[in-house]
Ligand binder design. Structure first.
Ligand code: BDR
Ligand code: CA
Length: 314
């Protein structure tokens, strides 16, 4: 998909579970979009921590954005977190700052519904498990046609991470994910692992961020020191995939990506495939082309935009 040509700042709700890469996605959204609100969900860490982490990032960046806490567990399956990637707090690494900000509400789902009903062309950007979005769709099906689109980080047109076939956000709440993929959104963009593994961070990026010598750059570098080390230890990979920012860039800079329209369904019950995105790549399948799957990204340009955006925080 692409913009019609007109210059505009998209309005977004960032639905997240910070999370190192969620924190960086919030940084991008704070400068590249009009953030109508941040909603939190149980995911990388329990809800109380992902919410506190969202408040930490918001306060550190001095963003004038309300944080609404959402679902504290998946729809049907037991909550599971990702301490192996993000530490016990969900945001291990930097010194944890004291904060004064508090949540605006504990009803993220009501906030999403109300905001979409009261604003035209809102983008939903879910970068954690899809529980809040599924609940909003179930409670208020009218929001499906109201939103400009949904830009998800999750799934994969290829290998998984938490299992051989499933990516964490979809695996953590497969029933919610299935509701969202089947909802009939006019634009559903998917930044899956096949894409985000092309957008990896390395020591060079960390030193470039540190060299910015602003608070946001130092915080991002401290986050990445932990995130890169934990990724390299677990996977023996070199660059650590910067998943969640891809879902923001897909809205603000679609020209960086190659999209293909696909039928995508979510496996909810499979013995070995729970949470897998079944991407129909045959080209002659029967299902609707419900998803714009991202297949490639211009990494160098994307990283330049990231650095420029973080440097814009004074
Ligand atoms: C996704 O899972 C989380 O650990 C990250 O924040 C990202 O949203 C990647 O699988
Ligand atoms: Ca996330």
């Amino acid at each position: 998909w692409s913009w019609n040509g007109e210059a505009m700042t998209p309005k977004v709700i960032v639905d997240c579970d910070p999370g190192h890469d969620d924190a960086i996605a919030i940084m991008l959204a704070g400068r590249l979009t009009e953030v109508l609100g941040i909603t939190t969900v149980s995911g990388n860490a329990p809800l109380n921590l992902t919410t506190e982490n969202a408040l930490i990032v918001t306060e550190l960046l001095n963003l004038d954005v309300a944080v609404h806490a959402g679902a504290d567990r998946p729809l049907l399956v037991a909550p599971r977190h990702a301490a192996e990637a993000h530490g016990q707090t969900g945001l291990d690494g930097p010194v944890r700052p004291e904060i004064t900000l508090e949540v605006a509400s504990n009803d993220a789902v009501a906030f999403i519904i109300e905001t979409v009903r009261n604003n035209d062309d809102v983008w939903l950007v879910p970068i954690g498990p899809l529980t809040n979005i599924a609940l909003a769709v179930r409670q208020a099906p009218d929001i499906v046609d109201r939103v400009a689109g949904v830009s998800i980080m999750g799934g994969s047109a290829g290998a998984g991470n938490v299992t051989a076939t499933a990516e964490f956000n979809l695996w953590a709440d497969p029933h919610a994910a299935s509701i969202v993929f089947d909802a009939g959104f006019k634009k559903l963009l998917m930044a899956g692992l096949n894409l985000t593994h092309q957008f990896g961070i390395d020591e060079q990026l960390i030193s470039d961020l540190r060299a910015l010598r602003n608070r946001a750059g130092t915080f991002a570098a401290d986050l990445f020191d932990f995130y890169l080390a934990s990724y390299q230890k677990r996977t023996h990979g070199q660059r650590a995939p910067l998943h969640d920012p891809c879902a923001i860039l897909a809205v603000t800079h679609p020209g960086l990506f190659r999209f293909e329209s696909r039928n995508v369904r979510v496996e909810t019950e499979g013995t070995h495939t729970r949470g897998m995105t079944v991407v129909d790549e045959r080209g002659w399948g029967e299902g609707p082309l419900n998803c714009e799957v991202e297949y490639s990204i211009d990494r160098d340009q994307g990283m330049r935009i990231l650095l420029e955006t973080v440097s814009a925080y004074t």
